[in-house]
Write a protein of this length. Structure first.
Length: 430
């Protein structure tokens, strides 16, 4: 079902905040092309029929080298003597022996018993049960074709976390640009869409940054399309308070007026999590609104660009400020300011996610670190809906992994599985 939304035509004020951390990226991921020509049909020197994969009640016998006529007489005699039926027979040229797969048709005798008797028959070269073997290739955790390109899924241990929770029904307000709610990986995930930008509805579904953030949080899992989100069954409010600097650009700006309207809407509409993949200077009105959200038990997650000057709302007390982590190199990404004790981060380099018109691309920046933590919060709230923002922040810090950084203060990288395991009391993460 498409979300219902109404554009509000509002004039922006001069105070601006810049969306945190969007970086240039490689070309969008494209589906592989089909081969120009089909391969030649498979041919085999084997007979047209082959043994059934069913091995219950069956055994395999070899006969020593002999003329084919003698093999045929011996096979008939074995059938009659032991109550057997020939399923398949062939000559193993490399050994010079005849191999026969028999089925035991005399149900009074077990396969084990018949094998024991055949072992002592002088006509038989060897006899054995039929063993089965497995190819050593595990099934992928997700059938989404690009999930293997999502290194953040591995870093967060999402496969194990999703055995417990998928964020089902948890309402996450994404205060950002608009988003493409017709994207195949977002279809059905966006339940409310509202614009607080003058004429913002005109470009709502072609906005890049909000579409990318939404995909990181809630792209549907195991739909044989694209990627998997951190909370793939969560419900999104897409609240457009920011607008692209230019058509087709990832960079976008917001102001205190549009952000205030969006926060107020999120509180009144019952959001359980608010995601800010943006940062700017301290704003007293926004601070008051965020305090109200926190007092209502809403978990507020915000990207921390790490430069100090643009770290609001991440810097507000009670808000989960999220640093960008380069999980491929085990260090912080794009952080120029000092790191304080117990700061937490999430992967923020080359994060594959959704872009408008059904496509995918890689993004970098703390915007996407914050989005992942918002998804993890949804997983926790699905299983423990009474957890407060303070309890969730403490749990994420307690279960995070330490990142070695120069300077003596080591930030922490969140772990979705460890957080859920601790909340549920299940013991170590599998």
């Amino acid at each position: 079902m498409r979300p219902r939304w109404t554009g509000l035509f509002l004039a922006g004020l001069s105070l601006t905040t810049v969306l945190g951390g969007c970086a240039g990226a490689p070309a969008p991921v494209a589906a592989p092309h089909a081969p120009a020509e089909a391969p030649a049909p498979f041919t085999s020197a084997e007979p047209a029929s082959s043994p059934s994969p069913t091995t219950v009640g069956r055994l395999m016998v070899t006969l020593p080298p002999a003329p084919p006529a003698l093999w045929n007489r011996t096979t008939t005699e074995l059938e009659r003597t032991y109550g057997l039926r020939t399923i398949f027979a062939w000559t193993m040229e490399s050994l010079g022996e005849q191999c026969i797969v028999f089925e035991v048709i005399n149900k009074k005798h077990s396969v084990t018993e018949v094998i024991r008797r055949l072992h002592s028959d002088p006509l038989v070269g060897s006899v054995q049960p039929i063993a089965t073997y497995d190819v050593l290739a595990a099934e992928p955790a997700y059938n989404d074709p690009y999930s293997h390109l999502q290194h953040n899924v591995l870093a967060l241990h999402l496969e194990a976390a999703h055995h417990w929770a998928t964020g089902k029904g948890i309402r996450i307000a994404v205060i950002d640009t608009g988003a493409d709610f017709d994207h195949p990986d977002l279809r059905g995930r966006i339940i409310k869409a509202q614009s607080f930008v003058d004429r913002g509805e005109q470009t709502f579904t072609s906005d890049i940054h909000g579409t990318a953030v939404a995909g990181v949080i809630a792209a549907t899992a195991n739909n044989q399309i694209g990627i998997v989100g951190v909370a793939p069954q969560s419900d999104l409010f897409i609240l457009k308070a920011c607008w692209q600097r230019a058509p087709g650009k990832r960079e976008a700006v917001c102001d205190s007026y549009t952000l205030a309207k969006a926060i107020d809407f999120a509180i009144l509409q019952g959001a359980q999590v608010i995601n800010f993949s943006l940062g700017g200077p301290y704003d007293p009105l926004l601070a008051r609104l965020l305090g109200t959200a926190l007092s209502h038990g809403i978990v507020v997650v915000a990207a921390d660009p790490g430069d100090g000057a643009h770290s609001f709302p991440a810097s507000q007390q009670g808000v989960l400020g999220i640093l960008g982590v380069d999980d491929l190199k085990s260090g912080l990404h794009g952080h120029s300011g000092p790191v304080t004790k117990n700061e937490i981060g999430a992967p923020s380099v080359d994060i594959l996610t959704t872009v408008p018109h059904g496509s995918y691309d890689f993004f970098s920046g703390s915007s996407f670190a914050a989005a992942q933590v918002s998804g993890i919060v949804a997983l926790l709230l699905e299983k423990e809906p009474k957890m407060t923002p303070v309890q969730i922040a403490a749990l994420l810090r307690k279960t995070a992994r330490m990142i070695q950084e120069p300077g003596g203060v080591d930030p922490l990288e969140v772990d979705a599985c460890a957080a859920l395991a601790s909340a549920l009391g299940t013991g170590p993460c599998p």
